[in-house]
Write a protein that binds this ligand. Sequence first.
Ligand code: ZN
Length: 345
Amino acid sequence: MIDADVHNEVPNAQALFPYLAEYWIEHITNTLFKGPTEPYYPPDSPVAARPGSRPADKIPPGSSLALIQEQVLDPADVQYAVLNCLYAIDSLHNPDAAVALASAVNDWQIAEWLDKEPRLRGSIVVPSQLPSAAAREIDRVGGHPGFVQVLLPARAQHPYGNRLFHPLWEAITRNDLVAGIHFGGAPGNPPTPSGWPSFFFEEYVGMAQVFASQLTSMVSEGVFDQFPSLRVALLEAGFTWLPAHMWRFDKEWRNLRRLVPWVKRPPSEYIREHVRVTVQPLDAPRDAQSLLQVIDQLGSEDMLLYASDYPHQHAAEPESALLRHLPAPLAQKIRGDNARAWYRL
Ligand code: ZN
């Protein structure tokens, strides 16, 4: 079993003090800075914290290694879990603070998580709004054997195919890491193309469109032609929207491909080759037949990665239970083999 999406949380800004320069400690102390932004999820809802995941000492869910060992690693006999620390560096407007805090979070992850628990793998937190600075941070810590991924928020100031991001893709491929694009982001622009929604519910449902727009941008701007070894994981994206998006993408490519002559193959081929998707939240009907139908429509048994999304909860029944209803070889791919290959574990 490999769990491709587990969230470790920075308990508070003070936890980063051992990894920050004196200037930033003084700055945080004087300004009462509590952290980059509010969490992406309503704090008291199951989608933010499943029952029982809140540590006793008032620190946020996901911030206790002991609890992650007890609730994620031990019960499901997880061989590896990939941590995604959602510290919203992308929301910081002070570029020097963004760089300093991202570095501190990564050094904190190495000392407090990766070096303490061999079953954990980590995602490098970067100032994604500053691609060159992000690339420097990836080169700084990318050699640590615990890091397998660079974490990027689904919402961004520009679509990820934009050439602004080339230094980022260069650094990710240079360090042989996966680009993990995760639900959320706080770039300041609305999470829908038609403006601000009124409710978190709308934002959560609509995030599939943000993921779709990022994929459209990356394929259309030729990111996968320019960086042929780039591996992407879509995290907490759902995946039942993907077959329909690929059908439309391929159909319009046949029409309009002369506008993007560097896109040499149908977009769905790039996606099947370069993209993997975690199964949580499972946005399919909850019977094996429907699930098998969607996997058939994806056109690949290699794309889905098991994830608990701990401490977030999306359904009463854990996704691991659903895997029992799938044919054994397919279940084994989703449970661990696909992630083992993608993250080179
Ligand atoms: Zn997640």
